[in-house]
Every structure is written in C-alpha cells, then in structure tokens.
Design a binder for this molecule. Sequence first.
Ligand code: HEC
Ligand code: HEC
Length: 272
Amino acid sequence: MKPADLDDLDRPWRTWASLIIGGMLAFSIVMGFVVIPVVQGYGAGIDPFTAICRAVGLVPGSPSTRQPTSAAKAEPTTQVAWSTQLLRTLSRPTDMGAVVAEGCVACHGQRGIASDPQNPNLAGQSAVAIYKQLHDYKTGSRANDIMTPIAQTLEENQIRAVSVHFAAANRRSLDPTTAEVVDEDIVRLVERGDPARALPACNSCHGFSAGGPIETPTLSHQNREYLARQLRAFRDSSRRNDIYTRMRSVSAKLTDREINRLAEFYATTLQY
Ligand code: HEC
Ligand code: HEC
C-alpha cells in the first residue's frame, strides 16, 4: 500500500479513539462528580449542590464534618463522698443545729415531726441520710421546687449541723389503736422480698442494723403519703439520686397497690 492510503486509514481511527476516550472521560466525570453523589446524597438528605461540592472535594464529607455537640449536662447520682472526717462530724451535736432548724420547723414540725403528711418527718432519721438528701438538693442530684432553693442557701457546716440536730430528736410515736392490719404478702416483701421478680427484701437494707448502704434512710417513722410519693418518683425516675439505681430498680417492680400498702406498712409499724 502507498503511504497516502495508510494516512487515509489512520485518520478515522484516531478520530474514533479520541471520541471514545473523551466520551468515557466525560461519562466518568458526570457519573462520579454529579450523578452518583446527587443520588446518594438524596438518600442521605444532602442537597445536590453540597453533594457535588463534597464529591469534588470543596466541602468536607461526612467523616470530617463536626460532630453535633450538646450543652446538656449529665447530672451525677450524687456528689456526696463519705469521708471519715464527714462521718465524724455527723455524729457530733453543735449549737448551730437548732439555729438552722428554725428555718425548717414550719414544714417539718417543731421537733422534726411534720403536721402535713406530704412533708417528711426528720425526727430520728439518720444524720447521714438527712445530710445526703440536703447535699443532693443543693447540688441538683435531687430536685424539688421547695427543697432545692432552701438547700442552696445552706452552707456545708449548716447542713451537717441541722442533720445531727434532727437525727437526735425522738421519732414520731405510734398510736397502736390506729395500726393497720397488715397483709401477709406485704410483710413477705418487707422481710423476704420476691425471688420470682428478683425483688430483694426491703429490710435487707432498711431495717435496723440491716447492713444496707450507709445512706439508707429509716422508713418506719415516716409519713405514708410521703413514702408512697417517693416510691412513685423512683419508679418513674423523676427521683434518681439513689446510688447504683438501687431504689429505681426495686420500685420498678412494684405495683401501685404494693406501693400504697408498703407506705402504709412503714408509716404504721414501728418495729422495723
Ligand atoms: C416550705 C416547706 C419546707 C421547708 C421550710 C423545709 N422543707 Fe424540707 N421538705 C419539704 C418537702 C415538701 C419535702 C419533700 C420534697 C420531695 O418530695 O422531694 C422536704 C424534704 C426534705 C428532706 C428529705 C427527707 C428524706 O427523707 O429524704 C430533708 C432532709 C429536708 N427536707 C430537710 C429540711 C431542712 C433541714 C430544712 C430547713 C433548713 C427544710 N427541710 C425546710 C418542705 C420543706
Ligand atoms: C439494696 C438496698 C435497698 C433495698 C433492697 C430497698 N431500698 Fe429503699 N432505699 C435504699 C437507699 C440506699 C435509699 C436512699 C436513696 C438515696 O440515696 O436517696 C432508699 C430510699 C428509699 C425511700 C425514700 C425514703 C426517703 O426518706 O426519701 C423509700 C420510700 C424506700 N427506699 C422504700 C423501699 C421499699 C418499700 C423497699 C422494698 C420494696 C426498699 N426500699 C428496698 C436502699 C434499698
């Protein structure tokens, strides 16, 4: 063949090859930078413009975008730390105690026995338990419209003093003639719990010298309405200052009837 013929043959090949390569390039660009990002972005809720910018590399993609931050604070169950020094002061009466208690008598009673059954009695409650609750109200671990602002006005040494003051007062005495007839199943819950529901006995922690956690409050001189309200508050987690969710897990397994009957039991039975 003559060279001129070869030239004639070469030219269309080059044209076709260039067209194919150019076409593949254009196709890849459109697919890679437009179609795929827009389609995938649509599924991920990203608008087409951002999707294209991300694919081209003008806008950072999902791994390098800033993670959403939240201003919500996780409140600890309690900020109380039991030190030997703290426990020692909680067993020593001071003159300050009676002075601070002046601000409490309107609701908790002259001697720590409240006339309104919605308010808890403080007389004879353990100083450690009173201290923990006041500390928790002050720091926000336990919230109450009335007690939170009151506790916030108290200094650490006033909290200690008033805890010792009320702990030393005599408990509410019970009139045996008004004692409730107690159900067998409630006594069983108090003394033995319910293994079928993995419910521990209340008295394994709350009874006298039961060996429960140090902050366990005494229940047996308490007002029925107050006790029932606290059990419900633990059950719906509106009260969550119990360390290791001890009371939240117990109360979650109690029925309404059991809560009412247990509150009645502890409010009217002093032997525990
Ligand atoms: C205006 C009424 C009022 C006054 C004044 C008041 N309290 Fe209270 N207190 C309450 C009520 C109501 C509750 C129950 C709150 C709840 O349900 O969390 C409570 C709860 C408490 C508890 C928790 C008891 C428990 O068994 O967990 C302690 C401790 C306490 N108060 C101590 C005090 C001390 C100390 C003072 C005085 C410095 C005081 N309160 C003043 C109404 C009052
Ligand atoms: C594993 C130990 C444990 C068991 C079991 C237990 N409790 Fe408690 N309970 C506690 C502790 C600890 C607190 C104090 C929580 C805190 O730090 O505020 C508490 C608090 C309470 C309160 C609130 C008292 C107050 O003055 O505010 C009530 C009411 C109560 N318990 C009832 C019960 C009943 C009823 C049962 C049995 C069905 C029971 N508890 C079983 C450990 C226990």
